[in-house]
Design a protein around this ligand. Sequence first.
Ligand SMILES: *[C@@H]1O[C@H](CO)[C@@H](O)[C@H](O)[C@H]1NC(C)=O
Ligand SMILES: *[C@@H]1O[C@H](CO)[C@@H](O)[C@H](O)[C@H]1NC(C)=O
Ligand SMILES: *[C@@H]1O[C@H](CO)[C@@H](O)[C@H](O)[C@H]1NC(C)=O
Ligand SMILES: *[C@@H]1O[C@H](CO)[C@@H](O)[C@H](O)[C@H]1NC(C)=O
Ligand SMILES: *[C@@H]1O[C@H](CO)[C@@H](O)[C@H](O)[C@H]1NC(C)=O
Ligand SMILES: *[C@@H]1O[C@H](CO)[C@@H](O)[C@H](O)[C@H]1NC(C)=O
Length: 805
Amino acid sequence: MNANMASSPTLIPFLLIFFLFHFHRSSSLPLSVENPEDDVIVSSPKGTFTAGFSPVGENAYSFAIWFSTQATTKTVVWMANRDQPVNGKRSTLSLLKTGNLVLTDAGQFDVWSTNTLSSKTLELHLFDTGNLVLREQSNQSAVLWQSFGFPTDTLLPGQIFTRFTKLVSSRSEGNHSSGFYNLYFDNDNVFRILYDGPQVSSVYWPDPWLVSDNVGFGNGRSTYNSSRVAVLDNLGEFSASDHFSFKTIDYGLLLQRRLTLDHDGNVRVYSRKNGEENWSITGQFKSQPCFIHGICGPNSICSHEQVIGRKCSCLEGYSWIDSQDWTLGCKPNFQPTCDNKTEYRFVPYYEVDFYGYDYGSSFSNYTYKQCEKLCSGLCECMGFQYSFARENGLFWCYPKRQLLNGHHSPGFTGQIFLRLPKNDVQENRVQNSDDLACSRNAEKVLERPYVKGKENGSVKFMLWFAIGLGGFEVLCIFMVWCFLFRSSNHLVSADQQGYVLAAATGFRRYTYSELKQATKGFSEEIGRGAGGTVYKGVLSDKRIAAIKKLHEFADQGESEFLTEVSIIGRLNHMNLIGMWGYCVEGKHRMLVYEYMENGSLAHNLPSNALDWSKRYNIAVGMAKGLAYLHEECLEWILHCDIKPQNILLDSDYQPKVADFGLSKPLNRNNVNNSSFSRIRGTRGYMAPEWVFNLQITSKVDVYSYGIVVLEMITGRSPMIGVQVTELGADQSHNERLATWVRERRRKAREGECWVEQIVDPTLGSDYDVEQMEILTTVALECVEEEKDVRPSMSQVVERLQSHDS
Ligand SMILES: *[C@@H]1O[C@H](CO)[C@@H](O)[C@H](O)[C@H]1NC(C)=O
Ligand SMILES: *[C@@H]1O[C@H](CO)[C@@H](O)[C@H](O)[C@H]1NC(C)=O
Ligand SMILES: *[C@@H]1O[C@H](CO)[C@@H](O)[C@H](O)[C@H]1NC(C)=O
Ligand SMILES: *[C@@H]1O[C@H](CO)[C@@H](O)[C@H](O)[C@H]1NC(C)=O
Ligand SMILES: *[C@@H]1O[C@H](CO)[C@@H](O)[C@H](O)[C@H]1NC(C)=O
Ligand SMILES: *[C@@H]1O[C@H](CO)[C@@H](O)[C@H](O)[C@H]1NC(C)=O
């Protein structure tokens, strides 16, 4: 306990401390009956500890022991009356004739006593260990009572923790009354921490699942030694009779030390040099503060970041009960109902775990839809966890009746789907995107800085193409003609002479002869695909460009083509390839793009050019580009053909997604299956929705993204070995890469590093294991069969960025 309050003389003008030693006054107690200047009544022989009245609030005091200090911040190690402070005036601590040590409030009632009885002469002695002892004066080994036997939240070196004692945390940093956490020896002899909250209680240390299924030895603990003792020694080793032990990081030094069950539910060992003011943490029981139960209250999620520390946040649709006290949690903003008319929506949370409070049993071999239906039908279901069990290869459904102990758990493979009534919340979110930078009517000048390509003839693969070699095998056509189309149409027709965007963006229309000249008569081909052929060219302003001649759009009407081009031209993101202009003249349809020095990801992957940090960076950049396409603009644009050939790399290996936009924007609110002609993406990267004729959403791109990432991780192409062009065959192969990775992860034994077994051998051991794990986990979620289980691209970005080094 740290009492932060200054004990100023004006605060306690007439604190009366009566020590009534009826038989004998202890020689070690320099007592005065009344001490108006100071609340200190006694210090230990060497002055390490002080006992006395310590302020805990306005005119409220507790009888306590603390490390002696000159500073205003004192470190309290024991309190007699933490839950019932006494009045600042005329409260007394007295040793009665009967041998009882009694703390009496000014109102003349007893607040605390040692309940001791003796006819001998007694004395009260404070040792340099911090132990306050009531003993016989004539026989000093006859101890009637000692503070070491009744710890509050702190254990000092040498203080034996027994089956009769427990530590109880304080309520908060500034409030010393009893809090929610208890450290104690349980009936099975295991040393545990219990969260004993207002509504529920649960053990969270040691991890309950580790102990419960290991009778005898769980988590290295023994249930057989019934002596139930624990002690911290002077050198910094803590050991308990259930075999739990640890050494502080400064083990071996003689320092001031204490072990405290802090108000946040963690046990920490602190140490400092004599005379120093600040403590350092030199050991703790839980390394992940968010895994402590009750820390954020119901319906909230705990997250922990290095810089800002622990943070609690309410779930979507919930708000704080008391924003000053996170332990109370969040309440719903909606009226929970239980009828079968309410429709629900399910909001996914990734890498978030809510411990416990499942609905009776769990349900194995459930599809996502079955699980959603199950939860919708259960009155109390507040959401469900949907997770894959490695052991049996099945999906499990865990409906939750309460959402407690929520925390971010990186690498946790289950997902939480929060149940919320369907209302206009989602609409609001869409409308909010109006505020984002890429509004339709943007007049601002888009920056497209000109980076001159390196004219270094000795670099062999310098001359690489901009627009995917195999790109355009397929274009995704067609989505719904929405308001966007209509208004864009209008835009085009209003602009007979040129192009409305031209002035603002530098995006312009080129003539056929201009581009013919730039490409020296289309002589330098740098790529070819079903959609068109790409040539390298130098524009009249000396910029190097990649110019794509489209075959497919030859038949398309001019205005329709312009509509699409106008949409693409307006997109501006560092991870999307920049388009500088277009050409539409007679049958000619051409697009002018920025030129990318390092070619495509497909080209770079086998060539050893990409180390791990480049690969991770590419995965993040791709995700950002796609998230922008899917979500950040008013236009919802699907790519539909994500593959390594369409990911281009600039001179710094920054990825840029190419070949997007010719798939028509998708009006989110109006996705309609039937208006889609069934055209597929590229073999190996196609989502199952295409094959099974299901609704096409942005999750098709998420799927393809996942495959590309798996390819980057493993160095294995999902295309290798595809023999037939038949759809079914492709699909099964497609699954093979994902399945192969899943299998390896599943088969890895506990504690084994599964990452080693999947990683691209050309990387060697030169990669960040944590990043590798998170990237693989995310990629596997992206390639889930069930589209609703896949994360959105912005969720992918968020998760990958939190592991960015
Ligand atoms: C002192 O007290 C202890 C503990 O009560 C007792 O064992 C011991 O015999 C006593 N010694 C004397 C001299 O009375
Ligand atoms: C400390 O917390 C307890 C329990 O919540 C509360 O009753 C008490 O008023 C608080 N004391 C102070 C000084 O805030
Ligand atoms: C039980 O634990 C205590 C304290 O760690 C130890 O001294 C004692 O030897 C142990 N007993 C057995 C039977 O292991
Ligand atoms: C102790 O900590 C305080 C606040 O963190 C800091 O300002 C002060 O400099 C520290 N004192 C020493 C001696 O390190
Ligand atoms: C749900 O609807 C069915 C028929 O529409 C009705 O029989 C049933 O009682 C309803 N259940 C609840 C919980 O309202
Ligand atoms: C899981 O469910 C599917 C379809 O209901 C069934 O074919 C399969 O055998 C089940 N698997 C197991 C292990 O029960």
